[in-house]
Design a protein around this ligand. Structure first.
Ligand SMILES: [Zn+2]
Length: 161
């Protein structure tokens, strides 16, 4: 048993995440507290997080689009299959701390829109199309259904040169 340094509750060791840097190899906070702190941090910093992501893409637009192009060439077939399964897999693959928010995002989807995420996610950075696969809530967007459906072919046309 171990006392949580955050809420003070005494809980079994499996209620604490592992942490290499901490004495005893366990985090100070219990899993429940860790999740809460994470969620609060995310809510507080949503702006900063999306700005960081935007500036990362700007700095690395070339690298990202090259990587995406070669990833796409190598994984074309798999990606088509993947895109069909992505709605189901999204929830499983999203961060546990974000799962509720992601679910909400799906539930709030406007009529006629798809939830878009995952590779290929085509966006514009400095007027250039880039593809990124960050699997985080900040990366989700609503797309008109027909746009999402035709994304595969659009992706082809761009060629990402
Ligand atoms: Zn706790």
């Amino acid at each position: 048993m171990k006392r949580c340094g955050c809420c003070g509750a005494v809980k079994p060791l499996n209620e604490f995440h592992g942490s290499k840097n901490k004495p005893g190899g366990l985090a100070n906070r219990c899993k429940v507290c860790q999740q809460r702190v994470r969620r609060e941090w995310h809510a507080k910093n949503a702006d900063k997080i999306s700005k960081m992501a935007a500036s990362y893409y700007q700095k690395n637009a070339d690298k990202i689009s090259k990587m995406a192009a070669s990833y796409y060439q190598k994984n074309k077939k798999a990606m088509v299959v993947k895109s069909r399964m992505r709605d189901k897999r999204l929830l499983k693959r999203s961060l546990p701390s974000e799962r509720k928010e992601v679910e909400k995002f799906y539930l709030n989807r406007p009529e006629g829109y798809h939830v878009d995420h995952d590779i290929p996610l085509v966006g514009k950075v400095n007027g250039r199309h880039v593809v990124c696969g960050l699997h985080v809530l900040a990366n989700l967007q609503y797309l008109p259904a027909h746009e999402n459906d035709s994304k595969g072919s659009k992706f082809n046309e761009l060629q990402l040169t």
